[in-house]
Design a protein around this ligand. Structure first.
Ligand code: ATP
Length: 249
């Protein structure tokens, strides 16, 4: 197993954001964690990349205890965290943002990684001299992912890549995530867009107020009645259907 999150609890003062959360990611997998606003998804990724301390539990990656290491050493081990909200450097060009992603890596590696990013996202190549702040939301998301790819990731943590994107762009970003995974990069993705995440994931977990309430193969989770009702628009669909029926003569 590449990554094991074991009984992890995290608290912000009195707020318990994660309560005894356990999950794992093996090589080659896409694992999705679904949950509503405030469920603890961002906190889970921050705990893995060392940005918040654990109250209890352990995070083991490649046999090493990540929770005892500072964020920069975790990043150096190939754990790449793409935060929510497309945080790119607005006043730098696309290429400068990518170069920063590869900062400290051997020149040849940076060149190879940049070629890969430009191949995955041709629009970034076209706009490489453009300031990142002038890109569309979707392009900024692509740049945020591209910057993460500059460091030969061995595990990618993705925080809500669909957030605020138009449906067509969401499809594009998810197709690229699959492509990155096919190149051998395991991915842990946290998403509110359950349908999209379940479509690409191998395993999935449902997080509710800091606790994992359901885990299994993504196909099974997608078929689960509770998930359909709560996350896949089942309830809305039923409501619409009932409203329609009540209007019928
Ligand atoms: P969202 O989709 O809104 O990003 P999330 O599932 O990622 O939500 P988290 O951001 O991990 O959830 O938050 C989990 C809980 O912890 C929430 O109740 C949130 O208010 C609380 N929380 C998050 N960050 C902090 C903080 N720095 N200080 C105090 N409470 C926090």
């Amino acid at each position: 197993m590449l990554l094991q999150v074991e009984n992890v609890s995290v608290a912000y003062g009195a707020v318990e954001a994660l309560k005894a959360v356990s999950l794992s990611v093996s090589g080659g997998e896409i694992v999705a964690v679904l949950g509503a606003n405030g469920a603890g998804k961002t906190t889970l990724l921050k705990a893995i990349s060392g940005l918040v301390p654990l109250k209890s539990g352990a995070i083991v990656y490649d046999g090493k205890k990540l929770h005892e290491l500072p964020p920069h050493l975790i990043a150096r081990m190939g754990v790449v965290h793409i935060p929510e909200g497309r945080r790119v450097f607005a006043t730098l060009t696309v290429e400068e943002n990518l170069n920063l992603g590869g900062y400290g890596c051997p020149k040849e590696e940076v060149k190879r990684a940049k070629e890969w990013v430009f191949q995955l996202f041709p629009v970034l190549k076209e706009r490489r001299r453009q300031l990142a702040g002038t890109l569309s939301g979707g392009e900024q998301q692509m740049l945020a992912i591209g910057r993460g790819l500059m460091r030969s990731p061995r595990l990618m943590l993705l925080d809500e890549p669909s957030l605020g994107l138009a449906p067509l762009l969401v499809d594009q970003v998810f197709a690229t995530i699959v492509e990155i995974n096919k190149k051998g990069v395991p991915i842990l993705i946290v998403e509110q867009n359950a349908r999209k995440a379940l479509n690409i994931a191998d395993q999935a977990h449902v997080l509710e107020v800091g606790r994992i309430v359901l885990s299994g193969p993504a196909r099974e989770i997608a078929a689960d009645e509770r998930v359909r009702q709560a996350y896949l628009g089942g309830a809305t669909y039923e409501r619409r259907l009932r409203a329609k029926e009540s209007r019928a003569p």
